[in-house]
Design a protein around this ligand. Sequence first.
Ligand code: GLC
Length: 741
Amino acid sequence: MRTLVFAIIIGFFVGCSGPDKTTTLSPRDAFIDSLLSEMTIEEKIGQMSQSTGSWETTGPIIADSSTLDLVRTGRLGSFLNVFGAERTRKAQEIAVNGSRLGIPLIFGYDMIHGYATTFPIPLAEAASWDLELIKKSAAITALEASAAGLHWNFAPMVDIARDPRWGRIMEGAGEDPWWGSQVAIARVRGYQGNDLKSLSTIAATAKHFAGYGAAEGGRDYNTTEISEHTLRDVYLVPFQAAAKAGVAAFMNGFNDLNGTPATANKFLVRQILKKEWDWKGLVVSDWASVQELTDHGFAATDSEAAGLALEAGCDMEMVSKTYDEYLIDLVQQHPEYLPMIDDATLRILGVKYDLGLFEDPFRYSDLQREKQIVRNNDHFKHAREIAKRSIVLLENRNRTLPLDPNLRKIAVIGPLAEDRETALGTWSAQGQQSDVTPLLQGIQLAVGEKTKVLYAAGSEINSTDKSGFNKARALAKQSDAIIAVVGEHALMSGEALSRSDIGLPGVQLDLLKMLKETGKPVIVVLMNGRPIAEPWMYENCDAVLETWLLGVQSGPAIADVIFGSYNPAGKLPVTIPRSVGQIPIYYNHKNTGRAADPADRYTSKYIDEAFVPQYPFGYGLSYTTFEYGELTLDKPAFHRGDSLSVSVVLTNSGSVAGEEVVQLYVRDLFGSVTRPVLELKNFEKVLLNAGESHLVKFKIKAEDLSFWDKNMAFRSETGQFKVFVGSNSATQLQQEFELLD
Ligand code: GLC
């Protein structure tokens, strides 16, 4: 069968060098055009269909016939959840040698924080503010995946999340559009490199397009109502960044966006993504989201669902089978579907071509390479590097941390201290619990030989049972310091894992209060997939480390910070609320006509809760201290086409070396639509020795100040602005400037 495909290739190239010299098609486009011309309508629809392997499911199972028969008859062009050099080779052989045209399959999988080597969850990595290391995690993921026969990653997830009740906040880069864009670009470039044909790169997917993180009530899959201004100024920003970075695929969201489900949303996909952004990749539905158009009440039948999804630019249907079952009949009544089917098929063939699958369909399914590359020590070493940089120091009263590794006795108390499953987090792909070094072990490996490490779970993660308190109390009383490891189980964040309350589950808060009563220093190590609202913990314990879910090297990375071999520098990519009642709460909010003022009743605030968060976006402490000098502008005003220089001297005023993430925000004081009180526009991560100073310089250009104005034009507006620079979004170090025409 391959001869047919090669015949197409040879025939084409001969044709190409024939008399007609005006052919301007690239070899890629000429090849896929030529292949398309050989395909039947059934084979085109086959390319638009993706089934899941039975080895793993990541959604409700759709009963189906033998999928390999569909491959043989050209009615299936892709699998998800089929991985491993051997398995993929077997399935590929059927496609390439068993079907009429021998078009190779493309294998996709969810590897949002690693394939076999599990890195910190994406939200944790976003706290590192280290784009090179974030990119490296993605590159290693691609290296391992491509050695295991995989071609396509359903990542990065770039949904903006402003509601921590939503379990999928753990999958993204937090609440900010600008930072979310930088992280999206780093991850796309890490997965795809400069050449998808390279053996160590795979196609990436920007998901879930779009607005999925705005689910009402933080309840997964729920309705989203987003104005076009907010959609374009907030939720679409990281998607456009990923598109500009050349991401190969987009994935529809499950959500109903303003009355039209994302999977059937022409405005989103045909108008914005494919027309305005002129993006040429493939759009895949999310698990059965095409068929779910009937559940939305947007399609009366599966057949109608297929038509609506196709019309809206969904190129490949994941798992549900409406394209396979209905498009053939639909094109009889809707001949206008034929060019849509051709366009979808070309987009899919284009990604397969870019991956080099037509040259060698088996290139990624190499058993030897798989054995050499997957899970090697260098990957685990990187896992520790990025994990320790993802840790955020939230409190450190009386310089409790770092601990002396030669303390006589350390009590490690808490249900998560040796929980390997939780360290991996959800969406851990082929990460194995046996690969995890949990915190208890990390501490035992880090302390001196004379130090005794005592351990008790104290409680379960999420039960009312306090029977373990007595043993925990007894150990704590013997110790010189208590490391309390509390938080959420892995399966309390991720898909379909929203929480109505975001406090510590079970009796963990009571456990902390009991430990505090012993009078010993209490160092809290939080392990969680979302911000945790727990004022007493933050305000009464001696030190608090936000460690998220840090992957295979969780234990050593946290121990590196606890004992000071690494000075923490993480900064929050999300706001931490004081209570669930404050949600939604995020830093780049609007001012309202009555901004919160404690002294004035008639302003926007609560009578029973503060209006400020526990910790603001961008917050994080260090074992040293940093001082900011005067904020200096090189001019009070600048014209479009020019730029403004902003500079500040940063000094490490403490006693140890440390890194500071210097953040730059702007505020547009007046606009044709209301503008946020603050918007992150740049940052610089600076390493300074004790006593050292450094001049930090930024440039602001007119395009940095652009937004979607009252006429839905993307532009900056002249007028007064403020610029803020500091250690987090609550900084008051500011200057005013003016943008002139
Ligand atoms: C899931 C998720 C999506 C994932 C897909 C395939 O339901 O929403 O993020 O990529 O199905 O597993």
